[in-house]
Design a protein around this ligand. Structure first.
Ligand SMILES: *Cc1c(COP(=O)(O)O)cnc(C)c1O
Length: 339
């Protein structure tokens, strides 16, 4: 089976399983799990932050950050397609009573000027703007990337107005593989950073939240209240440590394979257009008479699986378990299709 639905579909490799089997564990609620402690220390060091918190999912790391950074009724500025708003079940309202100020903008990216012009004045009629959030790479924007200078600009606006700045870096390593920034320099732009271990890094479960000590201390309390404090989580942390040691450098390959698929798709007669491919996500639209349902059904006949975005748009996501052989087979199947 060739699975291009998501980079979450990977299974632990033999080496990762070995690391999990031999993990030293303890009760992490008592802070007794050496593997979780090692992971949190390693991640904090890597991103140049004081502390880290291991959580079961990226939704939880994002929502813990929202909860610590805001008070009920506060407003969060983010893109209308931000994962924290669009794909997390209304959690910012449900869990934190926060409201949102949704910005537009191509490919899911927001700008410093847009952010600054949407900060509410100090007026009792208006919600208090307290948090700005960006996503890099931008999932629903087709894996789009921010330029470092643009993030510096947004960060400066946040500092100037006393706002917190959160990065949803679910795929931050895919982004850094392209732009070349050091994680430790990059993370200084933000008050908090969320990183997924179960996407391109290939771990089975888990995400990391990074920030200063007082933020993480408060986050640890919120994680407990959200039901995310785990016990012998070291088995999962061991997989995450293995992923950070072994699966970061190879992410460039995933991005390159996505670009290759984008180029193949570009030249096919039944493809209308392909969004620019900057990381490991390819979003493309099919000609009207083809449609995603029919197209995906034809791929399934070859045991190739992908997800529709809408009736004419399809997404491919490359990952650790999508090999060079699979890439070449997908290419030849795509080139053989006639509608
Ligand atoms: C996957 C993802 C998350 C977190 O997802 P979980 O499934 O909760 O781990 C957060 N943000 C973005 C942009 C994502 O793609």
């Amino acid at each position: 089976m060739t699975d291009l639905r998501s980079d979450t579909v990977t299974r632990p490799s033999a080496g990762m399983l070995e690391a999990m089997f031999s993990a030293r564990v303890g009760d992490d609620v008592f802070r007794d799990d050496p593997s979780v402690n090692a992971l949190e220390e390693k991640a904090a060091l890597l991103f140049g932050k004081e502390a880290a918190l291991f959580c079961p999912s990226g939704t939880m790391t994002n929502q813990v950050a929202v909860n610590v950074h805001t008070r009920p009724g506060d407003e969060i500025i983010c893109h209308q397609y931000a994962h924290i708003y669009y794909y997390e079940g209304g959690a910012v309202m449900r869990n934190s009573g926060a409201s949102v100020c949704l910005l537009g903008g191509p490919r899911g990216l927001i700008t410093a000027a847009e952010v600054e012009s949407h900060i509410n004045p100090d007026d009792i009629h208006r919600p208090v703007t307290s948090l700005v959030e960006v996503e890099n790479s931008m999932n629903k924007g087709g894996g789009a990337l921010y330029r470092y200078e643009d993030l510096e600009g947004i960060s400066a606006v946040c500092r100037k107005h006393g706002l917190k700045f959160h990065l949803d870096g679910a795929r931050i390593f895919n982004a850094l593989a392209e732009t070349g920034e050091e994680p430790a320099k990059y993370a200084q732009l933000f008050d908090s950073v969320s990183v997924c271990l179960s996407k391109g890094l290939g771990a089975p479960v888990g995400s990391l939240l990074l920030g200063d000590q007082s933020f993480i201390t408060r986050g640890r309390r919120v994680r407990k209240a959200f039901g995310g404090a785990m016990r012998q989580a070291g088995y999962l942390a061991a997989a995450a440590i293995y992923a950070l040691d072994n699966n970061v450098a190879r992410l460039k390959t995933d991005n390159d394979r996505a670009r290759y698929l984008g180029n193949v798709l570009q030249d096919l007669p039944f493809v209308e257009s392909v969004a620019p491919v900057e990381t490991n996500i390819v979003i493309f639209s099919l000609r009207n008479e083809v449609g995603s349902g029919q197209f995906l059904a034809r791929l399934r006949e070859h045991d190739i699986h992908a997800l529709p975005i809408d009736s004419r748009t399809v997404r491919f996501v490359t990952h650790l378990d999508f090999t060079e052989d699979m890439l070449l087979r997908v290419e030849s199947v795509l080139k053989s299709l006639v509608f």
